[in-house]
Design a binder for this molecule. Sequence first.
Ligand SMILES: [Zn+2]
Ligand SMILES: [Zn+2]
Length: 326
Amino acid sequence: LEAMRKRVQAGEQVILLQNRRGFHTVYHCRDCGKSYQCDDCSVSMTFHKKAGELRCHYCGKSAAPPRQCPYCESYNIHAHGVGTQQVEERLTLEMPNVRLIRMDYDTTKTKNAHVRILQAFENCEYDVLLGTQMIAKGLDFSNVTLVGVINADVGLSLPDFRAGERLFQLLYQVAGRAGRGEKAGQVIIQSYTADHPLILMAAQQRLREYYNLELAARSNLQYAPFSRMAMLRISSKDEAQAQEAAEEIGRRLRSAVTPFIILGPAQAAVYKIQNHYRWQILLKAPRNNIAAVEKMRSVLKMLITDKKAISASVQLTITIDPYSTL
Ligand SMILES: [Zn+2]
Ligand SMILES: [Zn+2]
């Protein structure tokens, strides 16, 4: 805040990035610690202040904010989280004279809204641009001397092998927004794990170093680009049948003498979506081991043609070289 005040007083501009990836305002019970979830999907519902309702981002279902915790019946249940709206409210309270514009999903719904916002900011009609990751890309404002990132680490804990890469990309891009003009820039990143190499390297614009680090980790763990991967997703409305099928497919894969790696079956990161219970199996074969890649291909082909492996109420989808494992 102090740093922002100084910049604004000097007539310079500030970009504030609210890292919301996987982070939303949810209703949280202070007695049992659980958050209010969608009945049909195993994810927390997000509170939308304007509409005054909770929404599920997986199936679109909405619900009224609860007064009572559905799990322990406590009345000690509150909205919790830092969204761009809360940051905006807090900032206008702390710095009442600051000219602030917010750019996020809600303020860019109308056509060309984002162009208008960016133009107004470039013309110095505003001191502070506050927004989600959509403000990070390719913006070039010569008067911006301070970039702040709120909650930098939320992306680090996602159970996905590309989560780190995405977070680095975001931080690297936004950190690069500061000091594009003649005045020197400053980057402030708020994080609970400030010594994490990813965050340090992004803040200091050490792209090549991060690239080498990430590649080494992927090579050790045999992830893309070093491996061909196949993601098997098994889902069913019947919880027991989904698990049975996942285990049966796992057994079949392992019984075929395999030169490739089999991870799982495991419950998907989001276990239930629209009342479907989801399991996943991940296959990896080193890219340079042609025999293993071929074997993986033929085993998968067998699995698809052999309908007996799974019952009719179970769906099996196979994604080759998935972009994400969420
Ligand atoms: Zn509770
Ligand atoms: Zn849902």
